[in-house]
Write a protein that binds this ligand. Structure first.
Ligand code: NAP
Length: 359
């Protein structure tokens, strides 16, 4: 293989894939990158396909040309919606990965498989359980294929470390976006629960390094590890940034009571027993399609409980950052904190209605 392998990226329009594409087109560059685009537009060299279909939905000629050209596949196409049915999760994340593996075999290529650190946290009460289960099944397929593969177990992806930008809002972004504007009075989470977050550009740099390292095999944790931040800090930072943004915009004096609206972190067991009942009773009394102007959408409450179930009471993730040749250094706590601030600033610029209607 040459020093600059030809890389095929699936899911190149997604949160992770678009950051990877940006990284691969930046310095040192030089390598050919092809994207398997699906519905949304993708810049650069593109082949349009569908991983849920045999031969990636390509014509025989396109399939042959693509296998002949490809040295490494970085597989970022996936269904990451936590509310998706088990059937659609299986179709995309398991069967789709099967088709990608067949492609890797036909191309004599190597695979970097985008997975999630949450494959180790498939608790039934967690909203992400079915999704994480489908990703665990896809990891099994990859391992059992015997093909040369590196599995990248990515934790919660936040925005770019500098700009805070995310290509698409996902569950965690809704959680912190709602929290920062005082939309969630309580969060079922211990203050000390660690929230493992990685900026998109760090994920992209790690995936690019795994793609370029011909010897990368086995499992890699693309996680903050010891730089995970306690939930109390995540919530405090959101409120700080909201106040900063309001002061900068001159829309209100800093002390508008937002601090009082900051979510209270309550023991998850207590939340289940008392708070959820009280909130849903109050909710039942309030008008509006789902919440009204000042209410908390019941759907959001369900999401919050289910989402935080993946973080509460579990051991922190290990990390491989800092050990991948040519990859990014391990994330320092200060870097995690600054990326979180940048993400909040980005989220803070999004229309406020998003945080009532989006979830
Ligand atoms: N974001 C996170 O917090 C996070 C955390 C841990 C792990 N991960 C992992 O990282 C990977 C990427 O996730 P993401 O957050 O970037 O997802 P995403 O933003 O939802 O992007 C999904 C990508 O898959 C493409 N796609 C959808 N259906 C397809 C099909 N039938 N054929 C080909 N491509 C298709 C989409 O293209 P179109 O939009 O054009 O359909 C899009 O580019 C996944 O393996 C995920 O499990 C993500």
């Amino acid at each position: 293989m040459t020093t600059s392998p030809v890389i095929l990226v699936t899911g190149a329009s997604g949160v992770v894939g678009s950051a990877l594409l940006r990284h691969l087109s930046g310095p040192p560059g030089g390598g050919r990158v092809i994207s398997l685009a699906h519905r949304r537009p993708v810049a650069g060299e593109v082949v349009r396909g569908d991983i849920t279909r045999p031969w990636l939905g390509l014509s025989p000629g396109d399939y042959r040309d693509l296998t002949a050209a490809t040295d490494v596949v970085v597989h970022c196409a996936a269904l990451v919606h936590f509310s998706a049915t088990a059937r659609s999760l299986h179709r995309m994340n398991v069967r789709g990965t099967g088709h990608v593996l067949r492609f890797v075999e036909d191309a004599g290529a190597r695979l970097v498989h985008g997975s999630t650190a949450f494959v180790t946290r498939t608790r039934p009460e967690a909203t992400s359980s079915a999704y994480a289960g489908s990703k665990a099944d896809s990891e099994t397929l990859v391992t059992e294929s015997g093909l040369p593969a590196a599995v990248a177990r990515i934790s919660t992806v936040i925005g770019d470390a500098r700009t805070g930008t995310v290509a698409r809002l996902q569950a965690f972004h809704y959680l912190v976006g709602m929290a920062m504007w005082g939309r969630l009075p309580f969060l079922p989470c211990a203050e000390t629960t660690l929230i493992d977050m990685v900026p998109t550009d760090v994920v992209a740099a790690a995936l690019a390094a795994l793609a370029r390292d011909g010897s990368a095999r086995g499992k890699y944790w693309i996680t903050a590890g010891p730089a995970a931040l306690p939930m109390s800090r995540v919530v405090d930072t959101g409120c700080d940034i909201a106040l900063e943004l309001m002061a900068e915009a001159g829309t209100a004096p800093p002390d508008v009571g937002l601090r009082k609206l900051q979510p209270r972190l309550v023991d998850p067991a207590l939340y289940d027993a008392v708070v959820a009942g009280v909130l849903s009773a109050a909710q039942g009394a309030s008008p509006g399609p789902d919440a009204g102007d000042d209410g908390v959408p019941p759907s959001a409450l369900r999401h919050v409980t289910g989402l935080l179930a993946s973080y509460n009471g579990v051991a922190p993730f290990p990390t491989s950052l800092g050990t991948i040749p040519g990859g990014p250094p391990a994330l320092a706590e200060s870097a995690a904190d600054s990326a979180l601030r940048a993400t909040y600033r980005y989220l803070g610029a999004i229309p406020r209605e998003t945080w009532t209607l989006g979830w």
